[in-house]
Write a protein that binds this ligand. Structure first.
Ligand SMILES: [Zn+2]
Length: 78
């Protein structure tokens, strides 16, 4: 039961990251092809995620990267 809960949380996280990434890509003009493996940890990048274009990290690393970047932006603005 605990694993089921974790699964849902991961899927939700994936969805959130994908949405955030799509939003980010619609703002930037870069249309680079996606990598098949994460540039940071060599994990497989899901095909659905590759289709977004310009994907270089797995969900986990991208989430970590974006969190770090948000933190930097917030620090810079204040
Ligand atoms: Zn990764």
């Amino acid at each position: 039961m605990a694993i089921d809960h974790l699964d849902t949380a991961t899927e939700l996280q994936d969805l959130l990251n994908t949405t955030a990434l799509r939003h980010q890509l619609s703002q930037s003009v870069t249309h680079m092809p996606s990598l098949k493996m994460c540039a940071d940890c060599d994990a497989d990048i899901p095909e659905a995620r590759q289709r977004l274009g310009g994907v270089t990290r797995c969900v986990e690393c991208e989430g970590y990267f974006q969190r770090e970047r948000q933190r930097e932006q917030q620090r810079g603005r204040r």
